[in-house]
Design a protein around this ligand. Structure first.
Ligand SMILES: [Zn+2]
Ligand SMILES: [Zn+2]
Length: 278
């Protein structure tokens, strides 16, 4: 195992490439252990396991759960069993919530004079439709020049077509993953908008709920790797990392990129792999 990348998205959520394409790109990037962690769905995992087997890559099934509503705290789960009925039911409920939200955002956009084929977008979006799909549709129709502008002007938090999300709490997601035999890891802590004091307090609470790891080597943490690495190790949390790859051309999240910045990548990733197989 040379380079791990434990955070990758596919078309099953809001990634641009399907699992076969991602597996090919993973191999091209010299990544030898990878995890697919789509938002609130395990839909890509069976095919990902096949693609990994075909290419002789080590694969760790994963998922990224959206929690805390608007505060967007993401919880990664490693070693999930993709035929787990309890998790399947949980993600089905989240999927329904996502669709309802997209419909409500679509309604608001229509009131603003921008009509989108929302049902078609939902049908084509894979297992977890979200605002990026609406952003792309707005750009395709020339209402905005790109997805960031769509968020900035219309669908981002506090903008005229914004609708808040209703999601489980991070503690609930952590406890659920733990109860299903998966390893719960807090994703990209630097992206959480809370103060450091508040976050550290929450870490106590989440560790009580079963949190086992911290995603230190993520592009969002780049300026603060040493801080998060020390926090994780001091608390006895597993250290994980990944690119959070969604699409090519995004300089901040190239497949395998964070592995080169992660001094103990090999050792840390192997530890997670081993624990999640138990
Ligand atoms: Zn995330
Ligand atoms: Zn992600």
């Amino acid at each position: 195992m040379r380079r791990p990348d434990l955070h990758l998205h596919t078309t099953a959520s809001d990634g641009r490439y399907d699992v076969w394409q991602v597996a090919r790109m993973v191999q091209r990037a010299d990544v030898t252990l990878f995890s697919i962690t789509d938002h609130d769905t395990m839909a890509a995992l069976p095919a990902a396991a096949d693609a990994a087997y075909e290419r002789g890559l080590a694969f760790l099934p994963g998922v990224e759960i959206s929690t805390e509503g608007d505060d967007e705290v993401h919880v990664l789960g490693y070693g999930v069993k993709y035929d787990d009925p309890v998790l399947a039911d949980f993600f089905q409920k989240m999927r329904q919530e996502r669709m309802d939200r997209v419909r409500r955002v679509g309604q608001k956009l229509e009131e603003l004079g921008m009509k989108l084929p929302v049902e078609e977008i939902i049908a084509n979006a894979g297992s977890s439709v979200g605002r990026p799909h609406l952003g792309r549709a707005l750009a395709e129709r020339g209402y905005v020049k790109d997805t960031p502008e769509a968020f900035d002007r219309f669908i981002g938090r506090g903008k005229p077509a914004y609708v808040p999300r209703i999601t489980p709490s991070a503690a609930e997601a952590i406890a659920l993953l733990k109860s299903r035999g998966a390893v719960p890891v807090l994703a990209h802590p630097q992206e959480i908008r809370w103060t450091m004091d508040c976050l550290l307090q929450k870490l106590d609470e989440w560790q009580d709920a079963g949190l086992m790891g911290l995603e230190v080597y993520h592009p969002a943490n780049r300026e603060h790797y040493a801080v998060w690495d020390a926090i994780a190790r001091k608390r006895g949390l597993l250290v994980t990392g990944g690119s959070d790859f969604h699409t090519e051309g995004d300089k901040h999240s190239l497949i395998g990129a964070t592995a080169g910045e992660w001094p103990d990548a090999l050792h840390d990733a192997w530890k997670l792999f081993r624990i999640s197989q138990k």
